[in-house]
Design a protein around this ligand. Sequence first.
Ligand SMILES: [Zn+2]
Length: 511
Amino acid sequence: MTRIAVLGLEHETNTFLPGRTTFEDFLAPGGWPRLSRGEEVFGALKGSGVAAAGAITAAAGRDGVELVPILWTIALPGATVAEDAFARLTAEITGRLAAAHAEAPLDAVFAEMHGAMVTEENDHAEEALALAIRRVIGPDVPLAVALDLHGNISDGFVDAVTLIEAYRTYPHVDMRETGARAMRRLLALLDGGPAPAKAVARPPFQIALTWQCTLFGPGREAVDEAEAMMDADPALSVATFFGFPLADIPGAGPTLVAQHPDPDAARTAAARLDALWLALEPRFDGPLPDAAEAVAAAMRTAAGPGHGPVVIADTQDNPGGGGPGDTTGLLAALLAADAPALLVHIADAAAATAAHEAGVGAVIDVPLGGRTLQGTGAPIDGPWTVLSLGDGSFVGEGPMYGGNAIALGPVACLARGNVRVIVAPKRMQASEPALPKHLGQDPFAAEILVVKSSVHFRGAYQDAAREVIVARAPGPVTADLADLPARRQLRRAAGRAPVPDAAPAATTPTP
Ligand SMILES: [Zn+2]
């Protein structure tokens, strides 16, 4: 029997945010499966789109393969992870791995990680986790990892693991397939296939989330080229990381990992991709309208011909980049213009509670949003009419959260004039049409749909949208990296001059 341990520990860390991500944040994050241990993992991930679910499915039908579930957890993107939280989760994972390995030797480990987790003591927490796993299983047991396209990947991590797969889409609509791919490669290796050599290239710039989309433009060209190279040489695997720029660590930025049984072929592929990324660099940048400009433009378009919502993305309050989900710049602009809009959503537990206490049809006078971060818009006073209420429990139907059982707690749709705004106690990526539908609001019928998201919303709404406008309202998910108060990052913002005094980043692919 071939025994493969399956585990997951994920966080995308925005080190520019105040506070800490704690152990409790890993228990039941909005939109994602809750923390699960041992046999619970199978049930918790069943039907989910996460990478480990894909890996489990890919191995399930194989004769002679026994999956050993260890632990799976994720916290929403947020502030630096408290060291005690990371230590506790790592200790639990390695303890369970060691027990499983003692019971009967493990033949391999599959691990789902993010790639951009930063703790108080580890710039690259995934490297620390991989090394901790290695201390249990030793140097020779294969360790396959499936990661997020936003990983900030260290050389030590690449060295510690056996094979690497990364999402190839942003919006991430291939999480499950990424896990399945990693598992298929792992099974081929266990069947006697060759282990890959790995070569790494690091383009010397960073890309704001807004410009990382793989549906069009330079992001699309980057992943298409990697795909074409893999089609031409099936022995090649490329993990493309666009990086997560909101981490003030030296390694933050794109990393291209070419994997091939022939080290020379891996190096050649990494060098070719590095050259492509350098050529694409100027196009990973551009101007964005502010909130008032975006609302005015959306109202002009909405009043014209065509159908489908005009979608405004509030990119700088993207919960997927650590945004609190309660900034009010766009809400203020919508109210000022009395725009015919639906905003999804403001995370505000007090407002949601007040709406539930008052009931449908009531007018409540609570300040909305603006509670978390200074300088991101003040709370907006009532009155608000309660249009609809829900218990916040629904099943995801979008391409990212589809199949996930989502429990946000009591949610409400409030309105003033033509502006409707959904409020919920928790934050969550605005890529899930099931939330507004749960409240009787059809997001596809809205004239203007405002989403707190940088790119993930495109998975659900791009095809239906009449136009997409990415707006730059005040918020911490900085769309212009020149605005970042970075001290330790070594790479320039794409399309900009090099950072003065910064040490040059390595551009030469290293084996
Ligand atoms: Zn991501």
